[in-house]
Write a protein that binds this ligand. Structure first.
Ligand SMILES: NC(=O)c1ccc[n+]([C@@H]2O[C@H](COP(=O)([O-])OP(=O)(O)OC[C@H]3O[C@@H](n4cnc5c(N)ncnc54)[C@H](O)[C@@H]3O)[C@@H](O)[C@H]2O)c1
Length: 348
């Protein structure tokens, strides 16, 4: 696939995702920026230091005035302090309701930018320029945003769809092999959801397109995550707990990998899914450097699972894969979560 591939996302307010390699300088966002005087570009500091020249050229090609806010610690800055910093910049520079927030970075930064865009003056435009594998294949599309709060992952958040997304795979060239490999945790999730080997596609723009088309289908059907879209959360119920308990030293992609392993091992132990599903998953995760399991206390994990947004009353709604391409949600009493974890571990 050469050039720019465009994916249309049929949300309540539809938008386009432009996907390709080295497309940042080519994409015209002028239509979507009509009437926008100011843009707050919320940029990952590492990305800015690696891609400063390309980003500078991109910003100066835009018809709006761009103010850059740097976020240095990605996940550890996905919090209210960063939102306050953005609000301070935007209000002191006279940003109006016709402004735009642009997230330039990995998923932590696009989540943060989305949140800021939704609350400044009750909502301004959002554009995402994802730079990591997770942000390109997942978080920059779909309109969910989040902040971590009180040691809990993604506790605060809103829905705000972007007006445009530019997914340029050139950015992936500067991710470290370990970061890139761990980011594949989320792509392997799409393998299980689709029943296809998307994570093995070598052509990165094509792989990004495949992931995002799947996501776009879920979003079109269930934009506000009340039903089918929950299935995209496969691996996240335990994954978010592992991530938060590690103080975010376990990356999101690796944590989702561990979360999927836990659920698949438990499902195999219960006879809900074949053991081959777990073994295939482990093979793919191992090949990306997501190995072993974090050694965490089951009660501590269960305590954080309490805050999973899919829960209903005292029941945890766990997304389980019965086989590749066939997932369902299973209700489990919160009090039984330590035993689920124990069964999964014994089966592994
Ligand atoms: N909103 C959603 O639908 C959704 C979906 C999936 C994940 N997420 C969120 O996304 C986050 C995980 O995404 P992530 O792994 O991108 O996290 P991240 O933003 O923390 O980025 C990971 C690391 O990669 C670095 N990085 C990013 N782009 C780079 C580049 N081009 N070159 C070199 N380094 C680069 C960052 O500096 C950071 O250190 C989590 O906060 C997760 O909750 C949100």
């Amino acid at each position: 696939m050469g050039g720019i591939k465009t994916l249309h996302v049929n949300a309540r307010e539809p938008y386009d995702v432009f996907i390709g390699e080295d497309i940042l300088g080519e994409t015209s966002c002028f239509a979507c920026l009509e009437g926008v005087r100011d843009i707050l570009a919320v940029c990952d500091g590492r990305v800015l230091s690696l891609w400063g020249d390309a980003l500078e050229r991109f910003f100066s090609s835009l018809p709006s005035r761009v103010t850059v806010m740097t976020v240095d610690s990605a996940e550890n800055d996905k919090n209210m302090d960063s939102v306050m910093r953005a609000a301070e910049i935007m209000s002191s520079r006279g940003f109006s309701r016709d402004s735009c927030v642009m997230g330039v970075g990995g998923g932590a930064v696009t989540d943060l930018a989305g949140f800021i865009s939704d609350i400044y003056m009750r909502g301004v435009k959002l554009i995402n320029v994802p730079t990591s594998i997770i942000a390109m294949t997942d978080s920059s599309v779909g309109g969910k945003n989040a902040l971590d709060f009180g040691g809990k992952k993604n506790l605060l958040g809103t829905f705000r769809q972007p007006s445009m997304v530019i997914a340029d795979s050139m950015f992936l060239k500067t991710m470290s092999p370990a970061q890139l490999g761990e980011g594949y945790g989320e792509v392997i999730k799409y393998d299980i959801i689709s029943g296809r080997d998307i994570s093995l596609i070598q052509d990165l723009p094509r792989m990004i397109y495949e992931c995002l088309s799947l996501k776009a289908d879920f979003v079109a059907e269930d934009e506000f995550d009340r039903g089918r879209r929950n299935l995209l959360n496969f691996g996240h119920t335990f994954g978010h707990a592992y991530e938060a308990l590690s103080g975010y030293s376990i990356s999101h992609g690796a944590a989702v990998g561990y979360g999927m392993k836990t659920v698949c091992a438990w499902a195999a132990a219960e006879g809900i899914a074949p053991g081959s599903l777990y073994r295939d998953l482990v093979g793919k995760l191992d090949s990306r450097g997501i190995t072993g399991m974090p050694g965490m206390d089951d009660d501590d994990v269960a305590e954080l699972v309490r805050y999973d947004k899919k829960n209903s009353g005292e029941d945890v709604r766990l997304v389980v894969a019965k086989r590749p391409g066939e997932l369902e949600t299973v209700s489990i009493p919160l009090k039984d979560i330590p035993s689920v974890l124990g069964k999964a571990r014994s089966w592994m």
